[in-house]
Design a protein around this ligand. Structure first.
Ligand code: HEM
Length: 201
């Protein structure tokens, strides 16, 4: 085993943009003064999540949904290992984490769309309630996600937060991705900037 590149640039950049976007949107949710900041930061979460969907099909090996969206059998096997405190090591996302990711991306899109409609006065009270309910559900999944990241880091003796920053994890040389895909990351930034500009204007 050695340090190999696993997470490409769009995955890492997208992840931390989502984290920043979600935190700022949550902190400004009740403020009239920061209404625009709230809308733009929510828009960043929406933009990253919508970029991540096609990237889940055309992205690098571990970014692809086929690599980490697994059925009930794989999920049960992973949970059984987790209960014995010996979860199987996965170079990419593990089967439980994979479903949390799908939920986070789905909720990021739904919350963002409901918020956008709300911001443009397209609905009434029910839309505001829906937006808030979705955001609260997202926070719950984020807390579960963070518990998963912390327990995975402890049980595997591998700092997963650092891996999401550097892109490097332990693995065999043949398991490494060949490129960090910087051009796709530049496209992600353009997409996020365009969405922010569109919301702000
Ligand atoms: C400070 C808080 C957070 C930390 C430390 C953190 C950490 C991580 C780590 C370490 C991974 C990789 C897990 C693995 O090795 O399989 C990951 C994946 C992921 N996290 Fe977070 N996370 C945080 C907050 C969030 C938030 C707020 C969101 C959503 C708004 C989020 C969405 C995701 C998604 C979608 C992935 C999958 C990345 C991809 O494949 O594109 N995370 N996170």
């Amino acid at each position: 085993m050695q340090k190999i590149l696993v997470w490409d640039w769009p995955v890492r950049l997208g992840h931390w943009l989502m984290v920043g976007g979600f935190i700022i949107a949550w902190l400004t949710a009740e403020s009239e003064t920061f209404r625009l900041v709230h809308a733009v930061s929510g828009g960043i979460v929406l933009a990253v999540a919508t970029f991540r969907l096609p990237w889940g099909f055309i992205g690098s090996r571990y970014a692809r949904f086929v690599d980490f969206v697994r059925g009930p059998t794989a999920l049960k096997a992973y949970a059984a290992g987790l209960l014995k405190l010996e979860p199987a090591h996965h170079v990419g996302h593990n089967p439980a984490g994979g479903w949390a990711i799908i939920l986070l991306l789905g909720l990021g899109i739904l919350t963002g769309l409901a918020g956008w409609a709300n911001y443009n006065d397209l609905g009434r009270n029910w839309l505001e309630e829906l937006h808030e309910g979705l955001a609260a559900t997202m926070l719950t999944v984020i807390i579960i996600h963070l518990i998963g990241v912390a327990s995975g880091s402890l049980l595997h003796g591998e700092n997963l937060v650092r891996t999401m920053i550097t892109g490097f994890k332990s693995g065999l040389p043949e398991q490494a991705i060949p490129s960090a895909r910087p051009i796709a990351a530049a496209l992600l930034l353009i997409w996020v900037a365009a969405a922010s500009w569109w919301i702000a204007n």
